[in-house]
Design a protein around this ligand. Structure first.
Ligand code: NAX
Length: 328
């Protein structure tokens, strides 16, 4: 039998945490044959609710779930972690400026990065879900100099999945027929869902759609503002779909992309496609044997170039702001 994989979830008592933990414990994160130990990291006010969730996890009698540890100490929470899902973050509240938001999150992600650096397993893989996800991932990564930078990633898989779903609805295709969609840039309203290289049942998606006005005025804003539309409808932000995307992100990273397809991940840029080295930006990536690679050689048209540049510009500004705050 396999050794259990240690999976740490921060913000475990939150709404994404509640949707996420049961799927990790039932084998959807890593596979149906991989036992897991769960480490739930919360702030003191969240511990009691996390204990309640742990009781429910016990009550599922999941065959793959070996043990659950609950803590508010990051050094304990990340001890021996093989996978860390950083979900807990400081949300933007009314009247909060971007600088306030970045420094409040710096107070979370800098110490967590250091705790990962000092305590996690050598093969640690980190996914940051908590917003602003890309820049929070950058802060954590900068605080973990002994961990290879590429192990710090940010979630744009929800945007990716939303874009596939919107494209399927527009074209009448099955979601499973859509391949090679890309989210570029930041997980924010500037993100760019790119269908110019996507395929629908083997045909070029942009040619199937053949409507640039729909792309510019409907598709892109619908995907980018979907989070706000969910809040409007549900009275709460995306939770189950966000948890599902986190599962997809890590599952794909660990288990690989399908032949002929790729996915979108926020990863430290190596300078590809003119994205400044070091910022954590979303790219098209293929994965294999637990490693990812940026898909190279895509032809970027003017429509795409302007939108990638705008989102990357926002990421560069966020990086400069956290640098000025001494967070990286
Ligand atoms: P909730 O407010 O329901 O839960 C957050 C939890 O984090 C709380 O239980 C809180 O006690 C805990 N927490 C706060 N600081 C912590 C710390 N320092 N250590 C450990 N735990 C801490 O939020 P939820 O709806 O679960 O959303 C979590 C984060 O995901 C938010 O930042 C949200 O903006 C972000 N999202 C990111 C998405 C993405 O695509 N990247 C989409 C969904 C979601 O909006």
């Amino acid at each position: 039998t396999r050794t259990p994989v240690n999976v740490t979830v921060t913000g475990a008592a939150g709404q994404i945490g509640y949707a996420l933990l049961f799927r990790i414990a039932s084998g959807h994160l890593l596979g149906p044959d991989v036992p897991v130990n769960l480490r739930l990291l919360e702030i003191p006010q969240g511990l009691k609710a996390a204990e309640g969730t742990a009781m429910e996890l016990d009550d599922c009698a999941f065959p793959l779930l070996r043990n659950i540890e609950i803590t508010d100490d990051a050094n304990v929470g990340f001890a021996g972690a093989n996978v860390a899902l950083l979900v807990g973050a400081r949300p933007r509240t009314k009247g909060m400026e971007r600088g306030d938001l970045l420094s409040a999150n710096g107070g979370i992600f800098k110490p967590q990065g250091k705790a990962i650096n000092d305590n996690a397993a050598d093969d640690i893989k980190v996914l940051v879900v908590g917003n602003p996800a890309n820049t929070n991932a950058l802060i954590a990564q900068a605080a973990a100099p002994d961990v290879p930078a590429e192990r710090f990633t940010a979630m744009t898989r929800l945007d990716h999945n939303r874009a596939i779903s919107q494209l399927a609805a527009r074209t009448g295709a099955a979601v499973s027929d859509i391949k090679r969609l890309t989210i570029w840039g930041n997980h924010s309203a500037t993100q760019y869902p790119d269908i110019f290289h996507a395929e629908i049942a083997g045909k070029n998606a942009a040619e199937v759609v053949n409507d640039e006005a729909w792309l510019a005025d409907t598709f892109i804003p619908t995907v980018a503002k979907r989070g706000a539309a969910i809040i409007e409808a549900r009275g709460a932000s995306s939770a189950a779909s966000a948890a599902n995307a986190a599962i997809d992100h890590v599952h794909t990273w660990v288990n690989g992309t399908a032949e002929g397809d790729w996915t979108s991940m926020g990863i430290p840029s190596d300078g590809s496609y003119g994205v400044p080295e070091g910022i954590i930006s979303s790219f098209p990536v293929t994965t294999k044997d637990g490693k990812y690679e940026i898909v190279q050689g895509l032809d970027i048209n003017e429509f795409s170039r302007a939108r990638i540049d705008a989102s990357v510009q926002e990421l560069s500004e966020e990086r400069d702001a956290v640098r000025e705050l001494g967070l990286i």
